[in-house]
Design a protein around this ligand. Structure first.
Ligand SMILES: [Fe+2]
Ligand SMILES: [Fe+2]
Length: 377
């Protein structure tokens, strides 16, 4: 029986692990064709620094082009609007009569399959093909069993295990001027540079020129964590990314260089940069969103009555992957299971306990935040 593999995704940008996954699928299933399908992004859904559809198609051609039987399809991009897999798969089934169609996907996609539009319809035409990546919470067996329970169909799985990688990280590294070598196929990396696929803007330029590399790496970590928590807590991911990008903008700035800047009274020195950071974001970079400014302004101290975005930035700052303090793993685990609980624990353990241990007095805003959120402690 002839067969084909469908591999869809945003591919913004396609990274080396995507390619490894496609290659492994071809190696193991020996299909007659593999169709790479970049999704269309609906105009109302604003993705953070999205590449154009044309660039995504071109990057896919470069990344996957030399895989045997590979075709990069503009079907969904040309259709525009929101892409629905059941429509795509239906069209492929019509065109490729008699083919067994595999739908290549990762654990997160397979686990959320029941939330897709018309999942049963998709399963009429194709067999999900799971590729597990390292570091994922579930094993292939658990994912396959869970799926089978819901749909009475057992997907197939590749024996290949992919590595950890994320398009968002690739994109942010490029925007932050950090090395993305090895994460992207060489041809894609070259294309990105030559065609300015991810042009910098004023915010990124400021961070690139005012922070030391070590602090930029920290900023990347905070952005990735903030995006994750925003998604988890149903907050605006773009606002979280912007606030995280700028949260330490003033880390190396001297308040004396900003004569119009006025700090509130009694601010401890390590906390000062949150106020100056908000000032720079507003006055120098023109940020208008009050919530983003407040997320920067209170990211170290916290305060009472914090917005969800403020909580996300404070938590992401403390739990980003570069942090190594005692107990950080446990806090990460709590936060990824229950964000609010994670936030409160972070506030208590990293702010209060830490300051208490160091013998310094607790800053008034932090004290108020603790009274507000951690009363029971
Ligand atoms: Fe900070
Ligand atoms: Fe920070």
């Amino acid at each position: 029986m002839k067969s084909l593999i469908l591999f869809g995704g945003t591919f913004d940008p396609p990274h080396a692990e995507h390619v490894a996954m496609a290659k492994a699928a071809v190696e193991e299933k020996k299909p007659d064709k593999i169709i790479i399908m970049p999704t269309a992004t609906p105009p109302h859904k604003k993705t953070f620094h999205a590449a154009t559809a044309k660039d995504r198609l071109e990057m896919c051609r470069l990344a996957f082009g030399d895989i045997r039987g590979c075709e990069v399809s503009p079907l969904e991009i040309n259709a525009g609007g929101k892409s629905y897999s059941y429509i795509t798969v239906g069209k492929l089934a019509e065109k490729y009569v008699g083919y067994k169609i595999y739908f290549l996907m990762g654990t997160d996609m397979l686990s959320s399959f029941h939330k897709w539009k018309n999942p049963e319809e998709i399963l009429r035409f194709c067999v999900p093909l799971l590729c597990v990546r390292k570091g994922e919470g579930e094993t292939a067996e658990e994912t396959l069993n869970g799926f089978e329970e819901k749909f009475s169909v057992r997907p197939e799985a590749l024996s290949f295990q992919g590595g950890e990688a994320s398009s968002t990280e690739c994109k942010l590294r490029i925007l932050l001027g950090l090395d993305a070598d090895g994460l992207l196929p060489e041809s894609v990396a070259k294309y990105v540079v030559e065609n300015g696929v991810y042009p910098s803007d004023e915010y990124f330029s400021y961070i690139r020129t005012h922070l030391k590399e070590k602090r930029i790496v920290h900023t990347l970590g905070v952005m990735l964590a903030a995006k994750k928590y925003a998604k988890q807590a149903n907050a605006d991911e773009n606002a979280a990314l912007t606030a995280a990008l700028l949260h330490d903008a003033a880390k190396y700035e001297d308040p004396a260089d900003y004569p119009d800047f006025k700090a509130p009274a009694g601010v401890p020195e390590p906390v000062m940069h949150q106020y100056l950071g908000a000032y720079i974001a507003e006055k120098v970079l023109g940020v208008k969103d009050e919530d983003i400014l407040n997320a920067i302004r209170y990211h170290t101290s916290g305060r009472k009555g914090m917005s969800l975005l403020e909580k996300i930035i404070l938590t992401a700052d403390k739990l980003e992957r570069g942090r190594t303090f005692d107990g950080v793993e446990e806090l990460r685990k709590i936060a990824s299971e229950d964000f609010e609980k994670g936030f409160k624990e972070v506030l208590y353990r990293t702010s209060y306990k830490y300051i208490e241990k160091s013998g310094k007095s607790v800053y008034s805003l932090t004290k108020e935040a603790l009274e507000d959120y951690v009363k029971e402690k």
